[in-house]
Design a protein around this ligand. Structure first.
Ligand code: DC
Length: 231
């Protein structure tokens, strides 16, 4: 039995990775890191500096700007999770818009962007005791993670979830455009050259299309107990 471990959670967009990761981190007293927020924050930076749009992408200029992009997480006790700060400014809401979701796959395909973020993620997890979610956590960031999960759900289930979240926040979006974004991102994230979204050989697949949060949590927590020394 080992002490603190590393839990890597990968999977397609809106598979409920972050919900389960947050719940696990809270129960275990571990750090939770949402790596998608980091790729989203770099995308927001690129949008704000007119480097990326639906038609154009000056990725070389973005790569030149990388040293001046600072990403930090600050824990918000009221929300119970760490919010994303881009160059000292809280961007937690701005990074969740449909526009950012539509442009983030372009930005996250750039190897220099990935290199910077992967190094920062590895630094955050160097003492273990971390739950990290994303697309390449079990394959690239922490290939030695003690637990690797790969979450899936049907595109329709995921689009429904995302649609409800955005509508609840007051965004005006249609279900069709959300579904289209989910399907497009699945394709782009799993076919890009650098670190595509693939299930690590030793990852456990969890299809949660018809699985409630408690059921999922109990299943995963039992797994954690079997490999770490928690009671
Ligand atoms: O988890 P999310 O939907 O917030 O992630 C947004 C995008 O960031 C996703 O479409 C692909 C990219 N991403 C990535 O390439 N690697 C990660 N580890 C996390 C996210």
């Amino acid at each position: 039995m080992v002490g603190k471990i590393t839990i890597a959670i990968d999977g397609f967009s809106s598979t409920g990775k972050s919900t389960i990761a947050k719940a696990l981190a809270k129960k275990l007293g571990y750090i939770y890191v949402d790596t998608g927020a980091m790729y989203r924050a770099v995308t927001l930076y690129a949008m704000n500096h007119n480097l990326v749009s639906f038609d154009d992408f000056d990725w070389e200029a973005l790569v030149r700007c990388l040293p001046s992009i600072s990403l930090t997480f600050k824990f918000n006790a009221d929300l119970g999770f760490a919010e994303m700060y881009l160059n000292g400014i809280n961007v937690e809401n701005e990074i969740r818009t449909l526009e950012v979701s539509q442009l983030v796959s372009k930005v996250s395909a750039i190897s220099s962007v990935r290199k910077k973020l992967v190094l920062e993620q590895q630094e955050m997890g160097k003492y273990k005791g971390i739950v990290m979610d994303g697309r390449d956590i079990g394959t690239v960031v922490f290939p030695d993670a003690e637990i690797k999960l790969f979450m899936t759900a049907s595109a329709d289930t995921r689009a429904q979830r995302r649609y409800k979240e955005l509508i609840a926040k007051g965004d005006t979006v249609s279900y069709e455009e959300i579904l289209q974004n989910v399907v497009e991102r699945d394709h782009l994230d799993s076919t890009r050259k650098d670190s595509p979204l693939i299930k690590a050989k030793d990852a456990i697949e969890i299809d949660n299309s018809d699985l409630g949060l408690n059921e999922q949590f109990d299943k995963i927590y039992a797994l954690v107990k079997s490999v770490s020394s928690i009671n």
